[in-house]
Design a protein around this ligand. Structure first.
Ligand SMILES: [Zn+2]
Length: 276
């Protein structure tokens, strides 16, 4: 296996976080292993890493309750082509807003990404065939809190909080303190407001671990650093007419953030050079 797996052990649930190598953009797939079933969240960008996730699922030897997609970005849904073929009959669940976005735009986005990254991107969109309604649900004795956030890193994002375990899966709404954030749209103020809300929720539930969309999990102390980043990125956006000026301005105000490739890619989206 080329990717890595980190496991958070709790009495009623084990949480396995699969992270591919750098070339797979460190997109996480998180497997909630309950007593009698698995819930698999997000599906990789490249099929070869979705296959590694499939191997990991098989090793756990439990039925998959469902696949879940957190938000409407292709680095998280492309790999469901492989996973839904490999595990037929398992539903892919998403927020209604995410499903509707994919129905409208998902295939076009995949086609553009295939032009950029080639055959490892899904050929055919998998449209979510189950809906997640925000609220609280107890699954195999574990409390799950589903929440929807809009106009932040993506148009629509689902977060999954396990309050009794002190863990929240916040996907691309939060990044590592040393990482560039995916500022692919100028939703800086909306995203900052979402992070302030997550900060309050984190304190209220006493959360210790935030599972992010790309790379290693973080603690709540990462939230101020994320807000600081977005303020700097907003200032860079306001003062930059072109993508390369934005990249230079962010790099100058946030030195030490990496990887450069994430910032470059985001800037291409932010300035409309890659669309959708
Ligand atoms: Zn992502």
């Amino acid at each position: 296996m080329q990717g890595k797996v980190e496991t958070l052990e709790h009495p009623d649930v084990k949480i396995h976080i699969y992270t591919p190598p750098d070339e797979g953009f460190l997109v996480n797939t998180t497997i909630f292993e309950l007593a009698d079933r698995l819930i698999v969240v997000d599906g990789q960008i490249f099929q070869r890493f979705a296959r590694e996730v499939g191997d990991l699922i098989e090793d756990l030897r439990k039925p998959i309750d469902r696949f879940v997609l957190t938000h409407n970005h292709p680095d998280h849904y492309s790999g469901f082509e492989h996973l839904t073929q490999r595990f037929p009959g398992v539903q892919l669940a998403a927020l209604t807003s995410v499903r509707d976005y994919l129905v409208r735009t998902g295939q076009k986005v995949l086609d553009v990404r295939r032009g950029l990254f080639g055959e490892e991107i899904a050929k055919q969109l998998v449209v979510p065939d189950a809906v997640i309604v925000p609220g609280e649900l107890v699954i195999s004795g574990v409390r799950f809190l589903f929440q929807e956030f809009t106009d932040a890193e993506a148009e629509h994002t689902l977060t999954i909080t396990l309050p009794d375990q002190g863990v929240a899966l916040v996907s691309d709404l939060v990044g590592g303190t040393g990482d560039h954030l995916f500022t692919v749209q100028p939703h800086f103020d909306g995203w900052i407001a979402v992070l302030e809300k997550i900060r309050l929720d984190t304190a209220r539930h006493g959360l210790k671990t935030l599972i992010v969309g790309h790379g290693a999990s973080v603690g709540p102390d990462a939230l101020p650093a994320n807000i600081e980043y977005l303020k700097a990125a907003k200032a860079a956006y306001v003062s930059s007419a072109k993508a390369d000026e934005f990249v230079a301005a962010v790099s100058a105000s946030m030195p030490g953030r990496a990887p450069e490739a994430w910032l470059n890619f985001s800037s291409q989206m932010l300035y409309g050079h890659i669309a959708p």
